[in-house]
Design a protein around this ligand. Sequence first.
Ligand code: URA
Length: 202
Amino acid sequence: MKFSKEERFEAMKKVRDELVLFTESPLYEYRTKNNFFPVIGEGSHDAHIVIIGEAPGKNEALTGRPFCGASGKFLDEMCAHIGLARKDVYVTNIVKDRPEDNRDPSQEEIDAYGPFLDRQLEIIRPKVIATLGRFSMVYIMEKLGLSGEIQPISALHGKVLYGKLPYGDVALVALYHPAVALYNGSMRDTLKKDFESLKQFI
Ligand code: URA
């Protein structure tokens, strides 16, 4: 049975409160030393599409909002390209605190924060998950029972895969991370074209 609107709000608030006090996190000290915020996620708790990135960057950690910097601007552009409003989806990351110097998240961090993401998915129960980058792609494929189909993101980007979470069937759209287009302008069109795979689910 799906949670009511109030239950979803309360359950998500509990996730947020626990993340704020997640003192065992390997990134907690770095967060507090820099006056950063944890970035829990943003958007509709009733979304049928959840978009999952890697970890907050500096702008995100300073504001507590996911994808509000340069990558976020390109994410907005891709959403607009297929007529998807950010308010109608839920946007989050696997790792909820900023790793030092924008490095890739470590396996230890993914393991520490993964259960919070699992709870968020259980609360929202999206029918569609779009992953941005290989870290969230691999994490979600394992959760969906698709470990045997994991390949480099260069082979899976733009494809729709189907798997199961405890609450039901889920379609996965694996996408490159929008930051790729910032480093390599020629990837912009590929990313936008891949994003079109989400259009059928709007
Ligand atoms: N990159 C991510 O993976 N997530 C953000 O929230 C911002 C940049």
